[in-house]
Design a binder for this molecule. Structure first.
Ligand code: PMT
Length: 399
């Protein structure tokens, strides 16, 4: 079936052993109706020849920024504009690093800089190189910028090592392209969500807050956009870039966040409370900096309860969106999460155990258990981007 009819895919091949799979990948994409143009790095040509890729794609292969003949037929900016999707496969650690640094020191990296088409990256490298902190951080950077990461697979590697770093099979990449261009399950849906911490002022220079980085909520916003939704993100004070296509409203305190959410909730289909909202705030904010005094060794601050945002949305009687909360727990995770599901009148709650190192607050990974009125599903440890996509698909199934 011509599932990719008319789709223009720019296949960027870098220098890894998996490059030999690109002939098969190109054939399968073309078989499904895609038009494929191939760009190779010089290192890629050590693994598969441009002639082979030209023969299977039926188009000249580009490999140099400084080739007058190639620039005269289809220049690099034209190529960048031509693509509906740029697929970097295999994407070596080196290519990933250069793209993440925003370099344009060869044709392929320049094209990635110059395109406004979505970019999918299919990592392929030795398992130790893949696990290296530099590579992991580069991949997180790309994900945050809206790039899609496909793979890698784990298993035996060409070098004899075993572990993650194998490029996805050509047919798996073809399926990912089909899904990418296929109908978007959240098309027409409006998603409102909160992310990050809140700050509760004590005086003009101090506040109470928590360790939320906003990464989980921002990943959900990005996943929802990729699945076709229109997204409004109410963000507490965080340093993250706004995911492409997301409408962001910045707030500081729980009261600000509450007001903003309540003025938007009725016009959205789904509300997700991912922010770590302060339960209490100081009863009053001192007009001037609170001074240390010789007489007092203790400072007593009276706190008052903040409005509960997700419970306020859960209690709406008109135009109530499908309401999803989070539960950040350190013990009896299921019990507390289920209590919150009922008490806050939610449709679903995502429980995370924030006592486990390497997940939860301020990490790139997380693990969630989702409880609904009639469902329960575990999403094991994975990147926040992957969890966000699975969560949005689960929510969509329950609408
Ligand atoms: O931001 P990251 O660093 O990526 O970390 C992600 C996270 C750990 C913050 C996230 O996964 C998470 O668990 N968010 C919810 C944190 C939280 O406040 O949990 P809670 O169990 O205290 O609150 C339960 C629910 O009530 C949450 O949906 C919360 O947003 C909501 N709430 C709480 C208090 C309040 N006044 N209003 C609320 O809406």
């Amino acid at each position: 079936m011509q599932t990719l009819a008319g789709k223009k895919i720019l296949l960027g091949i870098s220098g890894g052993i998996a490059a030999y799979k690109c002939a098969e990948l190109t054939r399968r994409l073309i078989e499904r109706g895609a038009e494929v143009r191939v760009v190779m790095t010089k290192a890629a040509e050590a693994f598969i020849t441009p002639l082979t890729m030209q023969a299977v794609s039926g188009k000249p292969v580009s490999d140099s920024l400084f080739d007058p003949a190639a620039e005269a037929s289809m220049g690099h900016i034209e190529l960048a504009k031509w693509a509906d999707l740029v697929l970097l496969a295999p994407a070596t650690a080196d290519l990933i690093a250069r793209v993440s640094a925003g370099m344009g020191n060869d044709l392929l990296s320049t094209l990635v800089l110059a395109t406004d088409a979505p970019v999918a990256v299919s990592p392929a490298m030795n398992q130790q190189m893949y696990r290296n902190v530099a590579t992991q951080e580069n991949l997180v950077t790309l994900e945050r910028r809206g790039y899609t990461i496909w793979g890698p697979d784990a298993g035996e590697q060409a070098c004899g090592d075993v572990g993650p770093g194998r490029m996805l099979d050509p047919m798996e990449l073809v399926h990912r392209c089909e899904d990418f261009f296929g109908p978007k399950p959240l098309e027409g849906k409006r998603v409102l969500l909160t992310a990050g911490p809140t700050r509760e002022a004590l005086d003009p220079v101090r506040y109470l807050s928590n360790h939320s980085s906003g990464k989980m909520g921002f990943a959900i916003a990005q996943a929802a956009v990729k699945l076709g939704a229109k997204v409004t993100l109410v963000a507490g004070p965080v340093t993250l870039a706004t995911p492409a296509g997301v409408q962001r409203i910045d707030v500081i305190s729980a009261v600000d966040m509450h007001q903003t959410v309540m003025s938007h909730a009725a016009s959205h289909d789904i509300f997700i409370g991912c922010a770590a909202v302060a339960d209490y705030r100081p009863e009053s904010i001192a007009e001037h900096k609170i001074k240390k005094t010789a007489e007092n060794d203790n400072l007593v601050i009276t706190m008052v309860k903040n409005p509960d945002i997700v419970a306020s949305v859960g209690a709406m009687t008109e135009n109530r969106p499908f309401t999803v909360g989070f539960a950040a727990e350190t013990q009896d995770v299921e019990k507390y999460a289920r209590d919150k599901l009922l008490k806050k009148n939610l449709d679903m709650i995502c429980a995370n155990d924030v006592s486990i190192a390497g997940q939860g607050f301020n990490s790139n990974d997380n693990a969630l258990t989702i409880y609904g009125r009639d469902c329960e599903q575990s999403l094991p440890l994975a990147s926040k981007a992957q969890l966000a996509q699975s969560l949005m698909l689960l929510i969509n199934n329950k609408l």
